[in-house]
Design a protein around this ligand. Structure first.
Ligand SMILES: Cc1ncc(COP(=O)(O)O)c(C=O)c1O
Length: 442
């Protein structure tokens, strides 16, 4: 599958590639790390022998696959990479990106917004003002965008999955039933399963072993065939890609790599509905634009949607920051390294953010348009989730990550962070609460 004319990649054009090239560490300086920027690794690195074995077991009806022969992913030495790249990490918990203030993003495809508005069950999700948090964080106003109920599911993911499945089916036609395949840390797979079934199709969902059994059960309950993968999220993506290709299934993945960018681009287009809603809701509260938007981040597709939304020509002053678990901080590590960098992942409470590789579509937008990359640890999550619950906002671990990380950076490095993102005591902050507690048992 390649990027078609209407896709995000095609709209972005060569200008983005040039931007990335500018920021890459020269090859001679990084030596053996050069291969880490090869995003075609999914296609290349799975040996035919391994795929054959996996295919035989899937054909035999197995619902559990091993990924032991996984691609080696070197754990990176942040300090030495930062030194090689001539940059200094702001602190271990955040990275100050020097974005290009003159850069603007290609315009988002607004047909997804119209599509969502016509869906039965569509409702604008709440944007809740939290003055108690504004006082605590010493800013003007804080709003929480509560995605705990979105199109009948407990996370924002249905926005991307519904639009992408719809576009895929327009493309392939619906005369014969299609099987849609994907990999997931939980929420995306459940949303794809829901929307595949909604449109009368089948779904096969690959799930890494660390995902909670209740989350797996929720995907099964949508009617999907679930395949457990004894490996990481990245391993599950590889398997979904390979097995989808072998069986002629359609891969609807929420991350991109070179050669597979059109469908992830549709998913990003679908996420824009969330930001369009925020604009309208903030306007209703007398706010023209937020000063800071905090985005829980896995592969970076939601982050890409945020950056594209807030980097349109005319006014790019909203600061956009990402939040990742410290055990799966691929955006943070990539910015530090000056090029897309794969990190090993283990387990984290923030299951939906447990991703080791940044999407190739998201990366140029991140380099050009992100203000800062925050990192947060698991122990900080429960306090943030409880604080939000006390204020009436239902937040699962990924949802609570935005508050946890904002609190953390404002406690540990307030002056530098505030200056970098231009946030003062009058600023308006929007925290994306991307899932409710029901999405992600912990
Ligand atoms: C609840 C939740 N929040 C945030 C994200 C991050 O989205 P992305 O992977 O596009 O960065 C995910 C991804 O699955 C998620 O499930």
């Amino acid at each position: 599958m390649t990027a078609g004319d209407g896709s995000f990649a095609a709209r972005a054009g060569a200008r983005w590639s040039a931007l990335v090239e500018e920021r890459r560490i020269p090859q001679h300086e990084i030596g053996g790390l050069a291969h880490l920027d090869r995003s075609d690794l999914v296609a290349d690195a799975v040996s035919d022998r391994r795929v054959d074995g996996v295919r035989r077991r899937l054909d035999a009806g197995s619902s559990s696959l091993s990924a032991r022969s996984r691609i080696p992913r070197p754990r990176l030495l942040y300090a030495s990479l930062a030194a090689q790249n001539g940059c200094v990490p702001s602190s271990p918990t955040w990275f100050a990106n020097r974005r290009d203030p003159a850069w603007s993003a290609p315009s988002p495809d607004r047909s997804a917004v119209e599509f969502h508005r016509q869906l039965a069950g569509y409702a604008v999700t709440p944007l809740v003002e939290l003055p108690q948090l504004a006082r605590e964080l010493d800013v003007g106003r804080v709003f929480a965008k509560d995605e705990s109920q979105r199109l009948g599911l407990p996370a924002f993911k249905a926005l991307g999955a519904s639009w992408a499945v719809r576009r895929v089916l327009e493309r392939v036609g619906t005369s014969a039933p299609a099987t849609i395949v994907t990999a997931t840390d939980g929420n995306h797979g459940r949303a794809v399963a829901r929307w595949a079934l909604h449109f009368g199709q089948r779904a096969t969902v690959f799930v890494p072993g660390v995902v909670h059994p209740d989350a797996v059960e929720s995907i099964r309950a949508e009617g999907a065939h679930v395949v457990r993968v004894d490996g990481s999220y990245d391993d599950a993506v590889e398997m979904a890609f390979e097995l989808g290709r072998e069986h002629g299934h359609v891969l609807v993945q929420d991350t991109a790599w070179f050669g597979y960018e059109e469908i992830p681009g549709w998913i990003v287009d679908g996420y824009d509905t969330l930001f369009v809603e925020i604009d309208i809701q903030l306007a209703g509260c007398g706010v023209r634009r937020p000063d800071l938007v905090v985005v829980p981040t896995g592969v970076g597709s939601l982050l890409q949607a945020a950056i594209v939304h807030y980097r349109q020509p005319g006014d790019a002053s909203t600061a956009v920051v990402s939040v990742e678990p410290e055990s799966a901080a691929c955006v943070h590590a990539s910015l530090l390294a000056g090029g897309r960098t794969v990190v090993d992942t283990g387990s984290t409470l923030m299951a939906g953010l447990n991703c080791g590789t940044v999407s190739t579509l998201a990366w140029p937008a991140i380099v050009a348009g992100l203000d800062a990359a925050l990192v947060i640890d698991d122990p900080s999550i429960s306090g943030a989730s409880q604080a939000l619950a006390d204020l009436g906002v239902d937040a699962g671990p990924c949802g609570a990550a935005s508050l946890a990380a904002t609190r953390n950076v404002l406690r540990s490095d307030a002056t530098a962070f505030r200056r970098h993102v231009s946030v003062d005591a009058h600023a308006t902050v929007v925290l994306l609460i991307t899932e409710g507690a029901a999405a992600n048992p912990w």
